[in-house]
Write a protein that binds this ligand. Structure first.
Ligand SMILES: CCCCCCCCCCCCC/C=C/C(=O)SCCNC(=O)CCNC(=O)[C@H](O)C(C)(C)COP(=O)(O)OP(=O)(O)OC[C@H]1O[C@@H](n2cnc3c(N)ncnc32)[C@H](O)[C@@H]1OP(=O)(O)O
Length: 648
């Protein structure tokens, strides 16, 4: 809701109140409109101040509403126009944040005064939508095309100081902005407002406007491949240059509708809430991040490449800060361990596993991923690992290995079995076009990086290969289960991955990082097929994708069914942050809900009938139980299929 207060000195105050972040719900919008009308019709009111309760101006439109009919006509854009046209000056007194629709409300005001710690921005693009309540038309008029494009396509939030420099804010203050706003409003009661109405301005002209747009299109295509929102945002901003305001806002709306209705927006908004949900883990014994306390470290061990370099680097400092956040009460030696889903595995350069012993004798393992050089700098200078940990922590029992390496194994098995059946390895890779499937390719890169000999040693230890393998064991069977000996053969040929300069790929040199497909592997695969009489066949892209993905999804259902993961959202967050799963697909569980559970079940049944020696294709009981209900919403899964006893 929004409160209306009559203040002394001919002023009125509209205060948004909708905890926790004063998001714009239908009730809030109605409250603001009503407040505005009251102020307009009260001839004793000469100016209006708008603010947010509890130190937060407004975090934008309530994201939940984009999946309700209200989103089709929020009326927020009309309200923003009404505020601009108002004959009485409106002053936005901003504290905490003015994001998305919150910033649009501020742009609808004639003056903007903000506390120095305020964050502003248009994060809509990260939710798969655009600032569709006039943001794409007003911001370029206020700060010019290049700066507006930067903010709108990146979704980056900026502090008040930067917003002031860009011209978004009129004043930045160190004390209570509401007090300052009220004081300021008293000084402008009779000032003309025409020049304060952004809608009446023209977009500042810059030379090479076309070139600027072309450059930004190219940049976002490269930076956010597969995402539709960034390009659509650019088109909306372009409309502010091409058309007068009244036409521009119509185009903005059309583009907003296209995005709001897209599957990508649904997935990105799901991811937003899934991350917040995942951070709220707790164990049945009541341990959570909230109950966590700082614990001293007695020992730190780092396993991984370039350890010496790592220990000397600022990483160690960062890691120390992180370790102090390990919550007390979470035990590694018992069933419980706090797991940090690793960071995104795009352009992985280094992997570290960090073992920490705390003062009370418990051990914790952290899985760190260092990204490419540009990102690495970014990570170090703009982020602390305590933030990263707080953002990405997931709770799973028996160590991260349970979820993380099970997924790796499943996805590798899925693709490896497929690999040996296709004519040419490159065909597979080129057919895995959709970026979801790129994660499978990435798994081969990660295996090369980690060292193929690591898994080989493990398999030898389990008697799956090497001298302990009983003589006469068929090369491609272990018991009744299909076995893929290719990674073993690679290791036997000295192909241990990046460290030896060849593995699944060939590298520029031993320990080199530049990879390319290796013709050796194609030749090897064709000999392999001949040896084992594997008939080459063209495998459709659908089959490749389904066999890879549905096996993984099946495994996720098994994990859920066994109480190993707390919720489908937890699994999705692991995938989003641990494997570079494209965010616009929401994660494997969300993806399953969009495909339809009965479709997935049917396909798995079909592939399992065809490949009864691949157990990963056997539909899990949990999936079967859920599919019996049709395609229930993800939020209902655990209620419908029953919650197994938690292993957390
Ligand atoms: C079908 C037809 C369609 C037709 C369409 C027609 C056209 C439509 C045009 C539409 C025009 C709309 C234009 C405007 C759009 C928007 O404004 S979208 C929202 C933009 N804002 C954001 O993206 C901000 C998101 N929030 C954050 O970044 C952070 O939450 C924060 C505000 C910076 C606070 O961070 P922090 O302090 O770390 O707290 P959190 O844990 O993240 O959040 C606290 C709780 O608040 C909930 N929350 C936050 N923001 C929102 C929000 N905008 N809506 C709803 N809920 C929000 C968050 O989930 C947390 O809740 P709990 O998990 O319950 O604790």
């Amino acid at each position: 809701m929004a409160e209306y207060l009559r203040l002394p000195h001919s002023l009125a105050l509209i205060r948004i109140r909708n905890p926790p972040v004063n998001a714009i719900s239908p009730a809030v919008l109605y409250g603001i409109k009503e407040g505005l009308q009251k102020a307009v019709s009260d001839h004793t009111v000469k100016a209006i101040v708008i603010s947010g309760a509890d130190g937060k101006f407004c975090a934008g439109v309530d994201i939940h509403v984009f999946s309700t009919p209200w989103s089709s006509d929020t009326g927020l854009g009309d309200l923003v126009d009404e505020m601009q046209r108002n004959k009485k000056p409106v002053v936005a007194a901003i504290e905490g944040m003015a994001l998305g629709g919150g910033l649009e409300l501020a742009l609808g005001s004639h003056y903007r005064i903000a506390h120095v710690q305020t964050e502003t921005g248009f994060p809509e693009v990260t939710l798969g939508i655009l600032p569709g309540a006039r943001g794409t038309q007003l911001l370029p008029r206020l700060i010019g095309i290049p700066a507006a494009l930067d903010l709108i396509t990146s979704g980056r939030c900026i502090l008040a100081g930067e917003a002031f420099k860009l011209g978004i804010l009129d004043k930045v203050v160190n004390s209570d902005p509401l007090e300052k706003g009220i004081k300021f409003a008293r000084t402008i009661l009779d000032q003309p407002l025409e020049c304060r109405r952004i809608m009446n301005k023209t977009v500042p002209n810059v030379p090479n406007m076309d070139a600027i747009f072309s450059e930004v299109f190219a940049k976002v295509r490269k930076q956010y491949p597969g995402y539709i929102a960034p390009e659509t945002c650019i088109r909306a901003v372009q409309a502010s240059v091409k058309h007068p305001y009244e036409v521009g806002i119509k185009e903005e709306k059309e583009l907003a509708v296209y995005l709001v209705e897209s599957g990508q927006a649904r997935a990105l908004q799901y991811a937003f809430f899934a991350e917040r949900n995942a951070n709220k883990w707790s164990t049945p014994s009541g341990v959570s991040w909230k109950t966590a306390s700082v614990r001293p470290i007695s020992l730190v061990g780092v396993l991984g490449k370039h350890v010496g370099e790592f220990l000397d680097s600022p990483h160690l400092h960062m890691v120390r800060a992180a370790i102090y956040l390990v919550p007390s009460g979470v035990k590694f030696c018992g069933k419980h361990i706090a797991v940090l889903a690793p960071l995104i595995l795009i352009q992985v350069h280094e992997l570290f596993i960090l073992c920490v012993r705390t003062g009370d004798g418990n051990f914790f393992f952290f899985f760190f991923v260092v990204l490419g050089p540009e990102l690495r700098t970014y990570t170090l200078s703009h982020s602390t690992s305590s933030q990263l940990i707080e953002m990405e922590n997931i709770l799973v029992p028996r160590g991260w290995g349970e979820v993380v390496s099970t997924f790796l194994t499943i996805s590798n098995n899925g693709t490896m079995n497929i690999h040996v059946q296709v004519l040419c390895r490159h065909t597979v890779f080129s057919s895995l076009r959709d970026s979801i499937y790129v994660i499978y390719i990435r798994n081969f890169r990660v295996s090369d990086l980690a060292g193929l000999d690591v898994g080989w040693k493990g398999r030898k230890g389990q008697g799956l290969t090497g001298p302990a393998l009983p003589p006469g064991t068929p090369a491609r069977k272990r018991g009744n289960i299909r076995y893929c000996p290719i990674p073993d053969i690679l290791c036997e040929s000295g192909r241990f991955g990046q460290k030896t300069g060849k593995g699944w790929y060939q590298y520029d040199k031993p320990l080199g990082r530049i990879h390319k497909p290796d013709p050796w592997l194609s030749k090897f695969l064709s000999q392999y097929r001949e040896t084992y009489h594997i008939e080459p066949r063209v495998i459709s892209q659908d089959e490749i994708l389904e066999r890879c993905l549905y096996a993984l999804i099946n495994e996720a259902f098994r994990i859920l069914g066994e109480g190993i993961a707390a919720s489908p959202e937890h699994i999705d967050v692991i995938y989003l942050h641990g494997y570079g799963w494209p965010r616009y697909r929401g994660g494997p569980m969300f993806y399953a809900s969009t495909v339809g559970l009965s479709t997935i079940l049917e396909k798995l049944q079909k592939y399992y009938r065809q490949n009864p020696d691949i157990p990963q294709l056997e539909p899990s009981n949990y999936l079967k139980k859920l599919a019996a209900h049709g395609n229930p919403p993800l939020k209902e899964w655990q209620r419908l299929a029953g919650t197994p006893s938690s292993k957390l």
